[in-house]
Design a binder for this molecule. Structure first.
Ligand code: GCU
Length: 392
């Protein structure tokens, strides 16, 4: 009986369910609402000088209908800096741990991994992680802080780490630090749950205090990216003109929003960011609006749930357009229907006019085999893209 049930679930997963194979469409019509045409009564955008006006309008519409407002500007400073010897960091060289204090919001831990020999001006990849900073290092070293607040249950013990890696790829819990360093990039990594727990009952009060009842956690975590840019920009070892937002899945949604709001971010890599990430809401494939609003009610503005039944007045191609003219890489996987690669492809195509308007190359994408997760190929694609577009 159990075997039969397991077999049925497996068949469902790989045929109709989240692991079914998806293909990208051949030709696509541009998504609605129009990007440069009349939008919310605003006159068409005809040249680059009109873009800042449209940009503001799109940011507001996304805040109103999808993410909720950004928390207000708050000063951030580094409260402590501790170098961690490789022997205490799972063998990873040149690690530092900073405690970052954000006025009125609390503290979070930021882990930095510097490239070998680099003295100053390293481009830096800013990213979050799923199970906290400690779990991102080999052997979960005690010297690297564990999350300060909510800790997802499957992350609490290292016993699940092999399963995480088996299902979601070798680099699901943390990036290949050495490989990234060898290509000349630093990593700045944090766990957003230190400030806003990724758990609805605890997230809501924290969000209410920080940004009010309409704010979602994606918006607040994206705002933390900006606080990381604040503190890194003051350290000459990092190149303030080459700050990169990187994220996969929920963290891909966050990287996109962080960069849409913050012009200091020079390049964006978002992998399998799906619903409320790079996939068009109106494409209606993969994860539904109803699902994300029910299972993760704290992630987005409560208003977003209304678009389960009708189309939203703003869509994700308009979010991608806000990244122009910067280099963008979107990553998708063939067996990741949940993240709706086809809906993301249409969004990326529909965002192109903004990049053309600003004289910049269109967003790049790559589509690998396999499922949702972070594999070697994802980091190779990331580093090749960054070398090509901003230089390691
Ligand atoms: C869930 C969720 C997605 C999200 C993903 C992740 O699958 O439905 O929207 O992207 O978690 O962050 O891994």
């Amino acid at each position: 009986m159990t075997t039969l049930l397991a077999a049925l679930i497996a068949v469902w997963l790989f045929t109709l369910g989240p692991y079914r194979t998806v293909e990208l469409p051949q030709a696509v019509a541009s998504a609605e609402p129009p990007l440069l045409g009349v939008f919310e009564g605003d006159a068409p955008v005809v040249d680059g000088a009109d873009w800042p006006r449209r940009r503001e309008l799109l940011l507001n519409a996304l805040a109103q209908h999808v993410y909720g407002p950004a928390p207000p500007e708050r000063a951030a400073h580094v409260a402590s800096r501790s170098p961690i010897p490789a022997a205490e960091a799972g063998g990873v060289e040149r690690v530092e741990q900073w405690e970052v204090e954000v006025e009125g919001a609390g503290r979070f831990n930021l882990v930095l991994v510097l490239p070998p020999q680099q003295q100053d001006s390293a481009p830096v990849i800013i990213m979050q992680n799923f199970c906290g900073n400690r779990a991102a290092f080999p052997g979960r070293p005690a010297a690297i802080a564990a999350p300060l607040r909510y800790y997802p249950i499957p992350c609490r013990s290292g016993a699940f780490d092999p399963l995480h890696r088996a299902f979601f790829g070798r680099w699901m819990l943390g990036p290949p630090f050495e490989r990234i360093g060898a290509r000349g990039y630093a990593v700045a990594m944090f766990y957003g749950g230190d400030i806003i727990p990724d758990y609805a009952p605890d997230a809501r009060p924290a969000l209410d205090a920080l940004a009010g009842p309409d704010a979602g956690a994606v918006s607040a975590w994206a705002w933390l990216h900006a606080r990381v840019v604040d503190v890194l920009s003051e350290d000459p070892r990092f190149d303030a003109r080459r700050m990169i937002a990187w994220g996969q899945s929920r963290y891909g949604k966050i990287a996109l929003l962080a960069a849409a709001r913050d012009a200091r971010i020079a390049a964006i890599v978002a992998m399998q960011s799906g619903r409320a990430g790079d996939a068009l809401t109106t494409h209606r494939a993969g994860e539904s609006v109803r699902n994300i609003a029910r299972v993760y009610p704290h992630w987005l503005s409560p208003r977003f749930a209304e678009y389960a039944a009708r189309n939203p007045p703003v869509d994700q191609h308009q979010l991608l357009a806000l990244l122009a003219p910067r280099p963008v890489l979107l990553g998708w996987a063939r067996r990741d229907g949940w993240s709706d690669p086809a809906g993301a492809f249409i969004a990326a195509q529909s965002a192109r006019p903004a990049f053309e308007l600003l004289g910049a190359p269109a967003p790049e994408h790559y589509f690998r085999g396999g499922g949702h997760g972070v594999e070697d190929a994802d980091w190779e694609a990331t580093l090749d893209f960054l070398d090509r577009r901003i230089g390691g």
